[in-house]
Design a binder for this molecule. Structure first.
Ligand code: HEM
Length: 396
């Protein structure tokens, strides 16, 4: 056998082209981060991850294919050290074809970013969020990338030496017929990936979702239920066990789910299922305290485009109307964030265990109604419009 099969050649050039675009996307993402163009960085990394997972799939396929279709043997005139070097560099290239995507995937999972494949489906999380592991994987991914660059450079140099100095067929047996069309295909794919970025970076292509200013009234100017003319309640205030309670949020970023929680919040809950008209909720969240296992995302959540935590450090939910539902209860109240108030219904159930109570509830928030995500971020291409809240409040 003097040539690689057309499948082997197609895979070689496809993977090579995708790896080139991986380095380009990673570099552009770094530039976007330096420019504080966070949305652009997110878009670039989303494409980087999808292409990386594609490379992993192709590498698995290539190995299985190679097992069934042995590669053509090297020219007889080659000294044995060159044969050994060639085998070693091919082994290392295969190793890196697996190690790069796997460390990237591990890094993303450890940072609590799920990985989606071109927003078509979400891969399972490799590991639970873990900041130490995330930092280790950032470094490992970085150094393996440098190793890949060096070995790929040696690989290219050796192929060129065979072609121009030794004048043997080592390069042509891989390039014949399919090399150029595959490169063209990869170029088209990369162009498509970059056009995704241009689309999100141009807000004029996305619908305007600025909320009406008439909604900036009601509870915004009021600091408590009493100011709304709501009678104080004689129901006891829940004695909350904050260590066993949480306010978690989850949403969709670049087609993949993310989640986190508010670390600092305070709730005044007065609730009795038999005295719904006297029940009251007053929940205050410190918007400076998001925690999603990723400092960069937490900074973005606090930034002026999102919660503008510097100017609006408090989000508040006030409810004094309660109804019984099929599953439990619904608190019908007002959520105020960023100086904007809108009605919000919060569905919940109450479980009683000995003399303790536990409330479990959820609500869906259309973030754009509260101006959470302005400018480019108002596009729902990269951050979903709806954010889910899951609340657990346990008494002591
Ligand atoms: C063959 C596949 C891959 C190659 C060649 C590759 C290459 C690279 C390179 C060169 C960088 C820049 C490192 C630096 O200079 O700081 C990078 C960054 C990154 N890669 Fe990959 N990568 C691959 C697959 C993946 C996959 C599959 C994922 C996730 C699922 C991923 C996630 C990331 C992330 C999140 C960063 C940014 C790291 C940071 O600075 O926070 N990569 N990648």
């Amino acid at each position: 056998m003097s040539h690689y099969s057309s499948t082997a050649r197609a895979l070689h050039w496809l993977i090579a082209g995708l790896i080139v675009s991986q380095f380009a996307l990673a570099e552009l993402a770094k530039i976007a981060r330096a420019d504080e163009a966070l949305l652009k960085q997110l878009a670039l990394l989303a494409n980087h991850k999808s292409i990386g997972i594609t490379i992993l799939g192709l590498a698995i396929f290539r190995l299985l294919y190679r097992w069934r279709h042995p590669v053509p043997s090297l020219p007889k005139h080659m000294p044995s050290w060159q044969t050994r070097a060639s085998h070693l560099s091919h082994f290392l290239l295969y190793f890196l074809l697996f190690a790069m995507p796997l460390t990237g995937w591990l890094m993303s999972s450890a940072k609590a970013y799920s990985v989606s494949w071109f927003s078509l489906f979400t891969l399972p999380d490799f590991v639970a969020p873990n900041q130490g592991l995330a930092a280790l994987m950032v470094d490992t991914h970085y150094y393996l990338g440098k190793a890949l660059l060096i070995i790929a450079a040696v690989h290219v140099a050796a192929a060129l030496k065979h072609h121009f100095v030794d004048r043997d067929n080592v390069l042509t047996r891989m390039t014949a017929r399919w090399g150029i069309p595959i490169f063209v295909l990869v170029a088209i794919m990369s162009t498509w990936a970059f056009s995704q970025i241009t689309r999100t970076a141009n807000p004029s292509t996305t619908p305007s979702t600025t909320p009406s200013t008439t909604s900036q009234n009601s509870a915004t100017s009021s600091s408590a239920l009493e100011k709304l003319g709501v009678a104080t309640s004689s129901l006891p205030i829940w004695n909350i066990d904050y260590a066993a309670s949480s306010i978690r949020f989850s949403g969709d970023q670049a087609g993949a789910p993310f989640s986190g929680e508010w670390k600092d919040w305070q709730a005044n809950l007065q609730f009795d299922s038999t005295r719904l008209n006297e029940s009251r909720f007053d929940v205050k969240v410190d918007t400076r305290t998001p925690f999603s296992n990723d400092k960069e995302r937490d900074d973005t959540i606090r930034s002026a485009d999102f919660f503008d935590s510097e100017n609006f450090s408090q989000a508040r939910f006030l409810a004094h109307q309660f109804v019984a539902t099929k599953a439990g209860f619904q608190a019908q109240g007002t959520l105020s964030m960023k100086g904007i108030s809108h009605p919000l219904n919060f569905d919940f159930t109450i479980t009683k265990l000995a003399n303790k109570s536990e409330l479990n509830g959820s609500a869906t928030i259309d973030r754009l109604l509260w101006n959470i995500g302005t400018g480019d971020w108002s596009s729902t291409d990269w951050v979903g419009q709806n954010v889910s809240l899951k609340v657990t409040v346990a008494t002591q």
